[in-house]
Design a protein around this ligand. Structure first.
Ligand code: G
Ligand code: G
Ligand code: MN
Ligand code: NA
Length: 256
């Protein structure tokens, strides 16, 4: 198996697929208002390959930048159609690994130009980055994030709580969303420390003007605990798994 070489072919032959996982508004009867774009690779002989099995290789070879560019454009075009047909303020989250984030300097300009070309507001897109990125400031992370902010593209901290959460970065950087990691939502129960942590994160985020998305919600009970704690948005198998665009569109149609 030659993942590194195959990745080039994959881009050329458009073997990648964008899956979409709904993000629901917990205060609006779990209405689907956003999605996270998640890449899949339909390999001609090996079948479906998941991102964890090729993203790090793509980062090592540098092709991650082209893949990231491709997925951004796909997701943006799709989001434009859904905004026109179903929800004018529909928003899409796109993952950006630290490698991608650091190796492309004018990314914010490139992205806003592309969105303007599609006649979409820049805040249609949220970049999802991990905590690790914020801790290592040797690459001008703060300046780069500010560029996105100034252009109108929003920022979410993904997997929140799993890194070396230096809370000071929450005020230092301009962040719109925190995504509570699934490891916290999994064991929610009355009196549990995970529930206490979720509640504290939500209160803190709100005081800083940051909205909260809880990931990995699989049960009604988890959903209700989080909604009760004031969590803004939810994502997880309870609502839906990541799915191809056609299936996602059926969801949007059904809730009209
Ligand atoms: O469902 P799932 O297996 O898609 O995602 C696994 C991991 O892969 C997640 O941590 C997610 O952030 C990452 N991932 C999914 N799509 C992309 C992408 O387009 N770019 C990057 N950098 N990571 C992605
Ligand atoms: O980008 P991030 O690291 O947050 O990636 C999200 C990952 O979590 C993806 O692999 C996605 O398929 C997965 N996921 C989304 N919802 C659930 C869920 O409810 N349960 C579990 N176990 N995984 C989920
Ligand atoms: Mn993510
Ligand atoms: Na996550």
């Amino acid at each position: 198996m030659h993942i590194a070489q195959d990745l080039h072919q994959a881009l050329e032959d458009e073997q990648f697929i964008v899956y979409y996982q709904p993000i629901v508004d917990l205060a609006r009867r779990d209405k689907v208002v956003k999605a996270e774009a998640l890449i899949r690779w339909l390999h001609p002989s090996r079948g479906m390959i998941m991102p964890l099995d090729f993203i790090s290789v793509a980062e090592e070879t540098g092709i991650i930048n082209d893949i990231g560019d491709w997925i951004f454009k796909q997701a943006a075009q799709q989001t434009r159609r859904w905004q026109q047909d179903y929800l004018t303020d529909f928003q899409i989250g796109v993952n950006k690994s630290p490698v991608q984030f650091h190796s492309q300097d004018g990314l914010h300009r490139h992205w806003t130009d592309y969105l303007r070309g599609l006649h979409m507001p820049a805040d249609s897109v949220v970049i999802e980055i991990t905590e690790g990125l914020l801790l290592d400031d040797s690459h001008n992370t703060a300046k780069k994030l500010l560029h996105f902010k100034e252009c109108g593209i929003q920022v979410a901290i993904d997997d929140f709580g799993t890194g070396y959460s230096a809370l000071s970065y929450l005020k230092k950087f301009h962040i719109e969303f925190l995504k509570i990691d699934q490891s916290f939502t999994r064991n929610l129960a009355p009196g549990s420390s995970d529930l206490a942590l979720c509640e504290a994160i939500i209160v803190m985020a709100h005081k800083l003007g940051i909205k909260v998305i809880a990931e990995g919600i699989e049960t009604r009970q988890q959903r209700d605990f989080l909604a009760q704690a004031g969590c803004d948005y939810g994502q997880g198998y309870l609502f839906a798994k990541p799915m191809p665009a056609g299936d996602f569109e059926q969801l949007l149609k059904a809730q009209q």
